[in-house]
Design a protein around this ligand. Structure first.
Ligand code: GLN
Length: 194
């Protein structure tokens, strides 16, 4: 059985762990290098991207995760996790860094701040309609050619349609939170790819 890690430094870790448990996975909460080394795939949860980035450095995990990404370990990032994987952060903190593993530009809080958190049904390629829960979500503003877009959303704010679910080989990014609904199919899609 594959071992799935959930980066457990900050953010909505327990919801991902619960969903993976529901799906019968062996789940490891990743806080150390040994734990990172023990998993076959990793989920980067939502939370606060600057805080998670800071804790990645202080925990000594940041370089090791960069190596894992280079070695093509499957990694799925939701919300703050997507920001961490992206190649460009717009409206980020001036010293904010990211892995550049996913060739997308994301705008932090691109749908507005707390007040603009919302739910919208999404049509995910290969899955069908799933609930999309957005919380101070990053907006994906540009994607490179090599990035596959699995779902888009027109938020109705005049900005048009933007990707909300993307994949570049082993790296997956979602601006919404599938772990906050009871629909397990997005996690299953990732697990079935392993
Ligand atoms: N706005 C947060 C950030 O920039 C992300 C929000 C989330 O993960 N729900 O890190």
């Amino acid at each position: 059985m594959k071992r799935i890690g959930v980066l457990s430094l900050q953010g909505d870790v327990s919801e991902h762990v619960a969903m993976l448990n529901t799906l019968g996975c062996e789940v490891v909460k990743v806080r150390t290098l040994e734990q990172l080394d023990s998993v076959d795939a990793l989920i980067l949860p939502g939370g606060e991207s600057t805080t998670i980035a800071h804790l990645l450095v202080t925990s000594g995990l940041s370089d090791a995760l960069a190596v894992k990404l280079k070695e093509e370990m499957p990694v799925l990032g939701t919300c703050a996790g997507l920001i961490l994987l992206s190649s460009e952060i717009l409206d980020g903190r001036s010293d904010q860094w990211s892995y550049g593993a996913l060739s997308v530009s994301v705008r932090r809080n691109g749908y507005g701040r707390q007040i603009a958190s919302f739910e919208s049904e999404l049509d995910v390629q290969g899955v069908g309609r799933v609930p999309g829960i957005f919380i101070r979500a990053p907006r994906i503003e540009r994607v490179s050619e090599e990035v596959e877009v699995l779902a888009t959303l027109d938020h109705g704010d005049g900005a048009g349609e933007h990707p909300v679910f993307v994949r570049q080989g082993h790296v997956w990014g979602l601006s919404f939170h599938p772990e906050l609904s009871s629909d397990t199919r997005v996690h299953e899609l990732f697990l079935n790819s392993l």
